[in-house]
Design a protein around this ligand. Structure first.
Ligand code: NAP
Length: 311
């Protein structure tokens, strides 16, 4: 299989990736658009002319961004509550050109559950986004070239989806494994859309943003931050040279959401603005997409499981 390549390297910013791309008249949703990578995603898409809706638990948190970017709006959405997802979908009217599933939580220290009783990282990062996309399928169909972007992570390399115990009910809860599994689910989600919704003209891809300092690490303790090389012995943040700025971290997301370079590409996983090679997942690989994350049988199985939950 030929991998999709682009002229953009890992240091390209989101604005650079969209230079010359005219998104006027396009309507897009960015979940978690009021923080971290979401802010830069919104800036780049709106900067290219898109009408962006920021879907966030706390719309007031987007006030400054809305002032900076006229034509952008913020609407309440809690991905860990399917009633909130339904309300969001019911409030949407007209075509939707791109749904960017960017919001996420990482490594909740103890096992928490969503409004429906699902393990909270899986519920927030994956299931809520599945329900959101399912609820917005008709508006997506109405757009000319609709796209879904699933913001995953290199963590998908570390754990496949455990269909026997997806919610850590029988195995001990592991904050990192739960995050990794949810990020694998997002890659499978894009594969699933590629398999199930191609007839609607809906294209979906997933990506890893790289390493970027944001609020995502809010649940990590000092020892974990130090083990990641992101904090020194005195608790000061470190920025190793492989870290990106938020504007660089949002580049692959906007590439998948809006670049014409991706026309006709679906069900694939990207990192550093290039399609990634398929590798064996496990403790060692630092790049690529795990075989278990793009396994079509796993994507079909997860799709059916998700449909049964997110009705
Ligand atoms: N930063 C990195 O190095 C890195 C690496 C790999 C992947 N990623 C992925 O990139 C995405 C963006 O993360 P970030 O680094 O920008 O982190 P961030 O600054 O913490 O942003 C995450 C966003 O998700 C939102 N969110 C959390 N729970 C939610 C819920 N229940 N309903 C709706 N929104 C919710 C947060 O909203 P609140 O402000 O209301 O909490 C926040 O806006 C995530 O999917 C993350 O897994 C990031």
């Amino acid at each position: 299989m030929t991998l999709t390549t682009t002229p953009f390297g890992m240091r390209a910013t989101a604005a650079e990736v969209l230079r010359g791309v005219d998104l006027r008249g396009r309507r897009m949703i960015v979940t978690g658009g009021s923080s971290g990578l979401g802010v830069e995603t919104v800036r780049a898409l709106a900067g290219a002319g898109a009408e962006v809706t920021i879907a966030t638990r706390n719309p007031a948190a987007a006030d400054a961004l809305l002032k900076e970017l006229p034509g952008t709006r913020a609407v309440a959405l809690d991905l860990a509550d399917l009633a909130s997802v339904r309300a969001f979908c019911e409030g949407w009217s007209g075509p939707l050109d791109a749904l960017v599933a960017n919001a996420g939580v990482m490594m909740l220290p103890t096992r928490q559950v969503s409004a429906e009783g699902w393990e909270a990282q899986l519920a927030t990062n994956y299931l809520g986004h599945f329900a959101l996309a399912a609820g917005l399928r008709d508006p997506l169909r109405q757009a000319e070239r609709p796209r879904v972007v699933a913001v995953s992570s290199g963590a998908q390399l570390r754990a496949g989806f455990d269909f026997d115990d997806p919610q850590f009910e029988r195995r001990p809860y592991d904050p990192f494994l739960a995050y990794a599994q949810s990020k694998t689910a997002l890659v499978l989600f894009a594969v699933g859309i590629g398999r199930r919704w191609a007839e609607d003209g809906i294209e979906a891809n997933s990506c890893a943003p790289g390493w970027i300092h944001t609020n995502l690490t809010r649940h990590l303790d000092t020892a974990t931050m130090q083990a990641l090389g992101a904090m020194d012995a005195d608790g000061a943040l470190l920025t190793p040279d492989y870290y990106k700025t938020p504007a660089q971290g949002a580049a692959t997301t906007v590439l998948l959401a809006a670049s014409p370079l991706l026309d006709g590409v679906s069900g694939r996983y990207f990192e550093d603005n290039q399609e990634a090679e398929v590798v064996d997942g496990g403790p060692d690989p630092m790049a690529g997409v795990a075989r278990w994350s793009v396994d079509p049988a796993a994507a079909d199985r997860l799709w059916d499981l998700s449909l049964s939950v997110a009705r």
